[in-house]
Design a protein around this ligand. Structure first.
Ligand SMILES: NC(=O)c1ccc[n+]([C@@H]2O[C@H](COP(=O)([O-])OP(=O)(O)OC[C@H]3O[C@@H](n4cnc5c(N)ncnc54)[C@H](OP(=O)(O)O)[C@@H]3O)[C@@H](O)[C@H]2O)c1
Length: 283
């Protein structure tokens, strides 16, 4: 199986990445260096994770050259509300000690802001300070709106996906629009790791429940960005290529969907947006 996804920009994105939400300071630097040694080439960060500076230190010390790494960051809601799109990327790049990121995402579709943010991000793309632009937590409604104002299709929609959260309609929309799906919280923060079906499959394949859930997502063609700060888990989560789930097992896992969003809405949006099976909507 290919270890990369082709993006609509013509570039390629590693399927597997390390998520670094809730890892700080030295622990973040160590986790990134461990992940790179284990073969990860994509790191997913954001200003709101408050660790870009430490990710930057790790990239500087990395035995793998920067050109072989894929670094994603995102624009947070506050910067969107202030209209400070260029400044937000500038500050992220300074903290990361980089000239460019590989992918810059709108972290959340802040109502009244995200269309203007996207138009500004088009300029960041032209400047070369990001190689691709995309979105996160966008539903069909927001993606339709983007289509009406921009000729640049987002390269990626980063959304919560795992066997307990499988928004079919949104995923079909993304894939048919040539938008790659990158699954965040792909371990559901542990929520399916004791599920009976997942555990039976783990025993059958002599893998961990985490590997079964990640393999399900990878086999569906999604990117995955599991977070761990523990070296042994970082290693085990990267071993996804040496086994294959059967079609009937994939269907069994599909049926576990209960629209469970483990990551939740940010405080400033939770009275404004709500989830449905089209992703996210304005009530
Ligand atoms: N765009 C967005 O709005 C958004 C939202 C949420 C997340 N994200 C991104 O997606 C990444 C992953 O999501 P997440 O961090 O929320 O959740 P996750 O990756 O689903 O789960 C992380 C949790 O699972 C544990 N874990 C990791 N590997 C394990 C294993 N093999 N067995 C058992 N437990 C394991 C971790 O603990 P240890 O660290 O102790 O191993 C941590 O508590 C984030 O770090 C972030 O980069 C993006």
């Amino acid at each position: 199986m290919d270890h990369e996804i082709s993006l609509n920009t013509g570039t390629r994105m590693p399927i597997l990445g390390l998520g670094v939400y809730k890892i700080s300071e030295q622990e973040a630097e160590t986790a990134v260096l461990t992940a790179i040694r284990e073969g990860y080439r994509l790191i997913d960060t954001a200003p709101v994770y408050k660790n870009e500076e430490w990710i930057g230190k790790a990239i500087e010390k990395s035995p793998v050259p920067r050109s072989k790494l894929f670094i994603t960051s995102k624009i947070w809601n506050t910067a969107q509300r202030m209209g400070d799109i260029d400044g937000a990327l500038k500050r992220s790049l300074e903290r990361l000690r980089l000239d460019y990121v590989d992918l810059y995402l709108i972290h959340w579709p802040v109502p009244g802001c995200y269309l203007g943010t996207y138009k500004e991000m088009e300029k960041l793309l032209s400047s070369g300070r990001t190689k691709a632009i995309g979105v996160s937590n966008f539903g069909i409604h927001q993606l339709d709106e983007l289509k009406s104002i921009s000729g640049i299709v987002p390269a990626v929609n980063q959304i919560e996906v795992h066997p307990l959260c499988f928004p079919h309609r949104l995923i079909e929309y993304c894939l048919s629009s040539n938008i790659a799906v990158q699954a965040y919280a792909p371990l559901a923060r542990g929520a399916y790791l004791d599920n009976d079906i997942v555990c039976v499959l783990a025993t059958k394949y002599a893998r961990t429940p985490a590997q079964i859930g990640l393999r399900w997502a990878v086999q569906k063609g999604f990117g995955v960005i599991p977070k761990s700060s523990r070296p042994e888990r970082i290693a085990v989560n990267s071993d996804l290529w040496s086994f294959e789930l059967e079609p009937s097992e994939m269907s069994l896992l599909d049926q576990l969907n209960e629209n469970l969003h483990t990551s939740g809405m940010p405080e400033d949006l939770k009275d404004i947006l709500k989830w449905d099976d089209t992703g996210i909507i304005v009530p």
